[in-house]
Design a protein around this ligand. Structure first.
Ligand SMILES: [Zn+2]
Length: 294
């Protein structure tokens, strides 16, 4: 009798330019296709065989190009698909702009908090259900964050172990006044993707944390002239772009390391009992699919 193969409990959601790893073969895996969910089709999922064990991989913005920008990602379908596959822990990565000049471009930040400035996204699975009144003491899972921090230490990458991520709607970049506001509010980085992803994962009782890599300084942090035709229209220098490219190449090694560390990590979080209060209530089934309203 054929042995039933062990399915991964860990998944990675790759951010901008994740598709480059798929097309170059730096991340290689069995393509499991899209998952049809009540919220639409997810991005295709890959089952990657790493030395330490298998994990699932999904490119948030598309498979071969930056086809879907942040405001138009189907976050609910992607998170639902990973839950359906049995995933319990998610690590994502995302490019982000620095709101301070002492956060160097090319560095990694394991963000620990978030300010939500998105405007037009579906932010919950629980429309019309009266569910989802959840505390956000640690918006990002402490167990996965610890593994990410340990992996960055082991690989010798330059990084900060905390940071406040401001999530904007996009796809446009921030105005100078918005940057000054985000700084005044305590933001460290600004990006467009982690919200609602992090909150949707918690609603389905999955652990979620993210590694951000700094791609540029935001508007007004450094004096940069507008240069049409260049990447970020001159917001980043060629030297900074080289640093980003160097850091970016480290991501496959980093995520494999996180996968390995999580195999033996002792949970220090409560993400996987986020619905415990509701599950005790009548009318809310034990099957997570019954919690949702498409
Ligand atoms: Zn957790």
């Amino acid at each position: 009798m054929a042995k039933k193969r062990q399915e991964p409990a860990f998944a990675v959601i790759g951010g901008s330019t994740a598709y480059e790893f798929l097309t170059s073969g730096a991340i290689r895996g069995e393509r499991l296709d899209r998952v049809d969910t009540p919220f639409g089709a997810s991005q295709p999922v890959y089952r990657v065989e790493a030395e330490s064990g298998p994990y699932f991989f999904m490119s948030r913005h598309g498979e071969t190009n930056f086809d879907i920008s942040a405001p138009f990602v189907n976050y609910r379908a992607n998170i639902y698909a990973l839950k359906e596959l049995g995933v319990r822990q998610i690590l994502s990565w995302s490019g982000a702009g620095a709101l301070r000049d002492d956060i160097p471009v090319g560095h990694f930040v394991v963000v620990d908090d978030l300010l939500d400035f998105t405007k037009n996204r579906e932010t919950t699975f629980f429309r019309f259900k009266g569910l989802g009144f959840m505390r956000q003491k640690d918006p990002f899972c402490p167990t996965v964050r610890s593994a990410a921090i340990a992996a960055l230490q082991e690989t010798g990458c330059p990084f900060a172990d905390r940071g406040v991520y401001v999530c904007t709607e996009g796809p446009r970049l921030e105005t100078p006044a918005e940057v000054r506001m985000f700084v005044a509010l305590g933001g460290d980085l600004v990006g467009m993707t982690l919200c609602p992803e992090v909150f949707l994962a918690r609603e389905l009782e999955m652990c979620y944390a993210s590694i951000s890599y700094v791609t540029n300084y935001t508007e007004g942090i450094k004096d940069r002239g507008l240069k049409p035709g260049r990447l970020f229209e001159g917001l980043s220098t060629r030297r900074e772009q080289k640093k980003v490219a160097t850091s970016f190449k480290l991501l496959p090694e980093l995520i494999a390391k996180v996968a390995e560390l999580l195999l033996n990590a002792k949970p220090i979080c409560h993400c996987q009992e986020a619905m415990r209060y509701y599950r005790r209530r009548s009318g809310v089934g034990r099957d997570w699919r019954e919690w949702l309203n498409p």
